[in-house]
Ligand binder design. Structure first.
Ligand code: C2E
Ligand code: MG
Ligand code: MG
Ligand code: MG
Length: 294
């Protein structure tokens, strides 16, 4: 029996080694393929930008969208957005990727505006590396102007990590915010961010990370945490968005706490631009119809 156990341990050890080895080379291969195919995929519009609704007024009203990049690679399937963005940066394609995303975002902004959605915004993520690698302020403001999209309808989401490197990003963020673009801190609570940075960066919104929102109805700790962030928002003058709401009871809890903005599968999953826009319009139309029928 002892021999058998030893043998099993050796075997599993070896298996684990092989698994790891396979994993690693698969990963490297994926990186290489992704890097090789990305420029073409951007040109062919194989890379897409999807949109997820963000709710305002305590979840009762549509407040805009968050843009989320999507790429289904022919061989490797869906590529994680973080992986895609990181690879683009390594491959020197950060700028073309961001220009492409901005184009889609501007198109959505214009569509929302012409459909009469006032006071809504479209949010776009910018990674720390993109933030330092690219002249994001110039690129964003140029694209907005070129495509006739009002800066006040755009929101840039940066992570706490970016906010900490205040020296490197403050100039760019100030330029954006002076032009009317909103600044949001994403995934708040999981990284380090000094409260001073929040103030100096003129943050408009803070998005509480999903891990504090998930199951909040059943967690008094998470409730207290969200309450504290809401108070912080009142004191510092930023709006709080809770992300990752999947269940009715979590929505109800956040509503009771007075959380102003919310996002999550409960309200709508990310969808291709057309579908996201149509869903919104049919929802609106249905509501209007209901109103007139009443
Ligand atoms: P994020 O900015 O925090 O985006 C929210 C993520 O949570 C998205 O994942 C979204 O699909 C997902 N999500 C939204 N609601 C729910 C929910 O109720 N439950 C669960 N389980 N998940 C929910 P996604 O699209 O996979 O993106 C992951 C991350 O990749 C993003 O996190 C963002 O950091 C980054 N990312 C996505 N698109 C872009 C982009 O265009 N540029 C850059 N730089 N980063 C991006
Ligand atoms: Mg985000
Ligand atoms: Mg987030
Ligand atoms: Mg995230």
């Amino acid at each position: 029996a002892a021999d058998a156990a030893l043998y099993a341990a050796k075997l599993s050890g070896r298996n684990r080694f092989y698994l790891f080895d396979d994993d690693l080379s698969a990963r490297l291969e994926m990186r290489r393929d992704v890097e090789r195919d990305l420029a073409r995929a951007l040109g062919d519009r194989e890379v897409e930008v999807w949109f997820q609704p963000v709710m305002a007024d305590g979840g009762s009203r549509f407040g805009g969208f968050e843009a989320l990049v999507r790429w289904r690679h022919r061989k490797h399937g869906w590529i994680a957005p973080q992986e895609l963005v990181a690879t683009a940066s390594l491959a020197g394609l950060a700028e073309p990727l961001m220009r492409f995303i901005l184009g889609e975002v501007c198109a959505m902004i214009r569509a929302l505006r012409s459909a009469g959605h006032d006071g809504v915004r479209v949010a776009m993520n910018v990674s720390p590396r993109e933030m330092s690698q690219i002249a994001v302020d110039d690129l964003v403001l140029k694209e907005l102007r070129r495509r006739g999209a009002p800066p006040a309808m755009l929101e840039i989401e940066i992570t706490e990590e970016t906010a900490l490197d205040i020296q490197a990003v403050q100039g760019k963020l100030t330029a954006l915010s002076e032009a009317g673009v909103r600044i949001a801190i994403d995934d708040f609570g999981v990284g380090y961010s000094s409260l001073g940075a929040l103030r100096r960066l003129r943050v408009d919104r803070v998005k509480i990370d999903r891990c504090f929102v998930e199951g909040i109805a059943a967690s008094s700790e998470n409730r207290m945490l969200v309450q504290a962030i809401l108070r912080l928002g009142e004191a510092f003058g930023f709006e709080v968005v809770a992300e990752g709401i999947e269940r009715a009871e979590d929505f109800a809890t956040l509503k009771a706490l007075g959380c102003p903005a919310m996002q999550g599968y409960y309200f709508g999953r990310p969808a291709p631009a057309e579908e996201a826009f149509l869903r919104l319009e049919s929802g609106e139309a249905a509501r209007r119809r209901l109103k007139t029928e009443r």
